[in-house]
Design a protein around this ligand. Sequence first.
Ligand SMILES: *Cc1c(COP(=O)(O)O)cnc(C)c1O
Length: 394
Amino acid sequence: MADDPKSWQPATKLIRGGLNRSAFGETSEPIYLTQSFVYESAGAADARFAGDDPGFVYSRYANPTTQMFEERLALLEGAEFCRAVASGMAAVHTALTGLLKAGDHLVAGRALFGSCNWIVTNWLPRFGVETTFVDATDLKAWEAAMRPNTKCVLVESPANPLLEITDIAAVCKIAHAAGAKVVVDNVFATPIFQKPLELGADIVVYSATKHIDGQGRVLGGAILGDFALMDEAYRDILRHTGPAISPFNAWVLLKGLETLDLRVRRQTETAAVLADVIADHPAACSVRYPGRADHPQSEVARAQMSGFSNLLAFDLGSREAAWRFLDGLNLVDISNNLGDAKSMATHPSTTTHRAMPEEKRLEIGLTEGFVRMSVGLEDVADLTKDIVQALDAA
Ligand SMILES: *Cc1c(COP(=O)(O)O)cnc(C)c1O
């Protein structure tokens, strides 16, 4: 009897999970670039539409290549079910709107990825959903924010851009006691280092654009959770609002998963070295890296993450110094993307977080001196040299 794929180690799941070879016995996963599917008879079409025959109907509903990506990611996450979508934002938007309706209340951490913040602040109120933002590191604040109509809680940990850590298990307990479902945006942690479902979350979302592709090519997203909840909350909204991912992009992401473990572990090793190099340089006022003992939530990070990922942030004291650092880099690119094989650095307060009012930025501790860096796969010696010379110039 064949092994149960659930019994495999993560690295094996990432290579073999969801593999569904065609009759040709190809080595690599096939790309089914097709919009629709044909039926052998009118009766076969009837059975397919009735759901009595499990085959495919239309690629807005499901596609064989996309399904391979979904099964592989579900296996890695330890989730019963995964649905892939066209981008991380399609995943966040669907994950929230599938759980909420007019009159409901949402509680979210106040440090959120920019577009997630826009959905919660500007979009959901148009449909009668109110949101309370909380300091995500303060469990009392989460507790105080719960209301009888709180139906959903949104957690991002580590959060963009200052890598604040939320105690996911504790927030899940608070939310569940209030009857709310918990959605965790797990992009920064990656599925390699943090398992929100094991910590009690109901739904996990990814921008697969980031580490899962990891090579700067395609956009993608995913929603994961138990089959019953996913089916009830998301089946119809996914079918009828059309955030479907292109099968080609799903294939790129499927191949990205094969090297995810290797890439993210190497990037993380390098990030830990660079965090210390930066902290030891006189130009840096402070460094935020969840793996360092001086991170404000380092104990929570240690308890819920098995690795600290490749993102770090550091304060150079002023916008001028931060810009001199960025302009002084030779190897590291200036880019707001993250999780890529290429190292990238950005100035959040003039890029990713420029739409956030200054007063809100200061509330989350984002001063103009902060730089956020996504560490890539270049050699650690070359990166160290580049960063030190740019810090000298700052
Ligand atoms: C990038 C990102 C998103 C959005 O993903 P896209 O694929 O760009 O739509 C959402 N949340 C977090 C934390 C992200 O980093």
